[in-house]
Design a protein around this ligand. Structure first.
Ligand SMILES: [Ca+2]
Ligand SMILES: [Ca+2]
Ligand SMILES: [Ca+2]
Length: 347
């Protein structure tokens, strides 16, 4: 009898635990295999989550462009599930759940972390761009959506901005919303910390060459196809002497007065401002519009496949060097004489 009771108790605990994880804290079981078969360098992706129970369900239920939520430095994806809420009003601080209760579904919501544990310092931003890029390709392939949307907090915003810029994948993004991101540096970063072994500090400290180069040409590139917004606050402790650091010229810049750095991300007032930017319908994958069956629809039919008669050409495909063919569909060929991402524009 005692044994039966113990089993019953265990069973109830398991039911409760599975309910706790119902809000997609993990990836669907078939995500890594599906994506890894298509992009063999997927092993960069770690500490991510999102989607519905499997690929078929995700593809069937997705309606909007998927949203990738990217956390700030020394944080993890848990920030989007109700952790670190700053001075936000304490009623409703789980961003993931707020999206769900405002009509989004699991297939449309994804999170991205670059470290395993809270308080781990982000590496050099340049080193992290590869994995975010692969995650973007992976989500597009897995969900069948034609673009992604980015919601990024703090340093995660700079990482996202640099990833899209470096690989010239503006055509894969519909929306970028940055919450308190140090685009114009923050005095919490210093060169002193950089030489102590925290290279991200050199990226984000006042006077940073990295930031200057990042924003030099245009603070909102391709804003004809991408909607940009920023949220900033007079009370953000990252920017005591530089409160407009998160603002981007050309974006919708939304000001708050009292929310702090985490409150900006998790307060319902703030959420209400930013979630509207993400309510954008995606075209869904239809095999009829994918002649070469590589999983990406023809660009002429609203997809991202630049050559729908060659299954070795699609976003994220293996790029053959110096052949004047753009295999991975970013308007550039890989070149031994190439720029930052080793690619050059094809004439
Ligand atoms: Ca195709
Ligand atoms: Ca090539
Ligand atoms: Ca290319």
């Amino acid at each position: 009898m005692k044994l039966i009771k113990t089993f019953l108790l265990l069973f109830i605990i398991m039911l409760y635990a599975s309910d706790l994880f119902a809000d997609k804290y993990n990836l669907p079981y078939d995500f890594m295999d599906t994506v890894n078969n298509k992009f063999p360098y997927t092993n960069h992706i770690r500490y991510v989550s999102g989607g519905s129970k499997d690929r078929a369900t995700t593809m069937k239920t997705i309606k909007r462009y998927p949203v990738i939520m990217i956390c700030g430095n020394r944080r993890t994806k848990e920030d989007w599930f109700g952790k670190n809420t700053g001075n936000a009003d304490k009623k409703n601080n789980n961003v993931y759940k707020m999206f769900l209760s405002n009509g989004f579904n699991e297939s449309e919501l994804w999170t991205y972390s670059y470290v395993a544990n809270e308080n781990e310092e982000m590496k050099n931003i340049e080193e992290l761009t590869d994995s975010l890029r692969v995650f973007i390709y992976g989500i597009l392939f897995y969900t069948g959506a034609t673009k992604v949307q980015i919601l990024a907090h703090g340093e995660g915003g700079v990482l996202a901005f640099e990833t899209i810029r470096k690989y010239n994948i503006y055509n894969l993004v519909a929306t970028m919303v940055f919450i308190g991101s140090p685009f114009h540096s923050s005095s919490i970063y210093s060169y002193y910390k950089a030489i102590q072994g925290y290279p991200v500090h050199a990226n984000l400290a006042p006077g940073s060459d990295f930031l200057e180069e990042l924003l030099f040409l245009d603070e909102t590139p391709h804003k004809d196809i991408i909607e940009y917004a920023t949220l900033y606050s007079d009370n953000d402790e990252y920017y005591r002497n530089n409160r407009k650091s998160p603002i981007l010229n050309g974006a919708k810049n939304i000001a708050f007065e009292t929310l702090d750095h985490d409150g900006l991300r998790t307060d319902y007032k703030s959420f209400k401002k930013y979630y509207n930017f993400f309510n954008k319908k995606t075209l869904k994958y239809d095999i009829k519009n994918d002649a070469d069956k590589d999983g990406f629809m023809d660009i002429k039919k609203g997809g991202n496949d630049f050559n729908d008669n060659n299954d070795q050409i699609y976003p994220g495909a293996f790029e053959v060097e110096n052949d004047n063919i753009d295999q991975d569909c970013n308007f550039r060929d890989k070149s031994s004489a190439g720029g930052k991402d080793c690619e050059i524009l094809i004439k």
